[in-house]
Structures are given as C-alpha cells and as structure tokens.
Design a protein around this ligand. Structure first.
Ligand code: DX5
Ligand code: ZN
Length: 235
C-alpha cells in the first residue's frame, strides 16, 4: 500500500500544473505594464500582488488602485497576497479591482472561516497562508475549503530574503494531508525562491512558485523562461 501510495503521491504531484507567480513587489513600477507583458509572454501564469499594511507587517506596499489599473490589461491571474490585519474588510474592494485569488494570513483573521466564506461570496478563489512559525495543522479545518494554500518560506514583509529550509517539511506535510483526502489543491510557496532551489520546492510538493527578486532582478524574460524550463524538466 505504501509503495502504491508513494507512486500515487508522486503521480499526482507530476499531474498538478506548475505555475510561476512573479511577485511585483520587486518590479519597476514606472514600467509595470511592460514588465507584466514580458512575464506573460515568457510563460508566467499568475501575477503575485503583495499587499502590506504596515500593521500586520511593518512595511507598506500598494493596494486597490494599482490592481484596478492593471485589471483587464493582462491575461495573468491576479494572485493577491494580503499581508494585512483583518483582511475580511477588503475582500469586496479587491474583488471589484480584479483579484482572482485572495490569500489571507491565518494569523491576521479574527474569524478565518468567515473570511474564507466572504472571499467565496465575492466570487474569488480563497487562499490561506501561514507564516514560517505557524504549524501546518492549523489548516486542518480548512483543507477542503480553500482553492490554494500558501506556505511562506520567508517572514512576510519584504522581498530578497533567504529561503527558510524548514519550509520544505511543511510543504511535504501539507501535500500528504491533501493527498490523503484526495484533494489536488494548489500549494503556493513564497519567499527566497530562485533558479537554484526551485526544484527542491517542487519536489516537496508545491506547484505554484512565487519569485520576486529572482524574476525582476537581471533579465526578466530570461529569468521567467528559465523557471518555466525547470518546471517542464521532469514532467
Ligand atoms: C514577502 C512577499 C513575497 C516576496 C517574494 O513578504 O510575500 O512575495 O515579495 O520576494 P522574493 O522572491 O524576492 O523573496
Ligand atoms: Zn507574497
């Protein structure tokens, strides 16, 4: 049974679409439109939109107006990562501004169930994310409710940090919990991922890869195409 299950898990992992989600936190905002286009042309599928409120994390980034200005001008899926207190308050505003996936922090919600329900009621896919120090088992009650789970592999709040290796065990644990229930839910990983370590993150069971500095520093198109080439390597 174990062998069979192993094959199943391996098989399922291979079956899940591998998606690159460039994080625009590291983009050049004076040419954001051009950079978005280049990301899409080179094979990225999502645009990862890091909203920071200066409360849940100490930095402040950008919000609804920037998303609204992009809406309708790209084929990329708007993958919004809310690093804000009590995100339920902004579900509707982000839905109207074009968010396709709204991911909230377990640690920032007064009532996570209500928040997930509200995201769904606004017609978006719900993502739930946990910080490096938060154990995977807090996600148990939501395994069959969210369309995506995001494992933070850095402390949320800024780009360009180092990947936290303990994240790999959390990804494996979550993938196993989902597979046991026959759930092929996306697992997104975010923070410190580059061309050098993305393979280990995929092998641990993630299929949506966020990359900020590894995409926007240097040659954007080349970086994106290289990630996509690695994604296709052992499919
Ligand atoms: C950090 C953000 C990440 C970050 C990723 O709080 O959630 O999305 O922008 O940037 P890199 O890939 O440079 O670590
Ligand atoms: Zn993020």
């Amino acid at each position: 049974a174990l062998l069979e299950q192993d094959v199943m898990i391996k098989g399922d992992k291979r079956m899940m679409e591998r998606i690159l989600a460039p994080s625009i936190l590291s983009a050049d905002f004076k040419v954001l439109g051009e950079q978005m286009e280049l990301c899409e042309k080179s094979g990225a599928k999502y645009l990862h939109f890091d909203v920071m409120d200066g409360m849940f994390v100490k930095n402040l980034s950008f919000g609804v107006p920037v998303l609204a200005s992009i809406q309708g001008h790209t084929g990329l899926v708007m993958d919004v990562h809310l690093m804000i207190e009590e995100p339920i308050r902004y579900a509707e505003a982000f839905a109207n501004a074009g968010a396709d996936i709204l991911t909230v922090h377990y640690e920032a919600c007064e009532n996570l169930q209500e928040t997930v329900d509200k995201i769904h009621a606004c017609g978006m896919k719900a993502g739930i994310t946990i910080k490096p120090d938060t154990p995977v088992d807090v996600l148990m009650p939501y395994l069959d409710q969210a369309e995506m789970f995001l494992i933070m592999s850095v402390e949320p709040g800024k780009g360009g940090q180092k990947f936290i290796p303990e994240s790999l065990e959390k990804i494996r644990t979550l993938r196993a919990l989902l597979e046991e229930r026959g759930l092929h839910t996306d697992i997104e990983v975010d923070g410190g991922i580059g061309l050098d370590n993305v393979k280990t993150v995929l092998d641990a069971g993630a299929n949506v890869i966020v990359a900020g500095s590894a995409v926007f520093k240097g040659d954007l198109s080349e970086n994106v195409s290289e990630f996509v080439r690695i994604f296709e390597e052992d499919e």
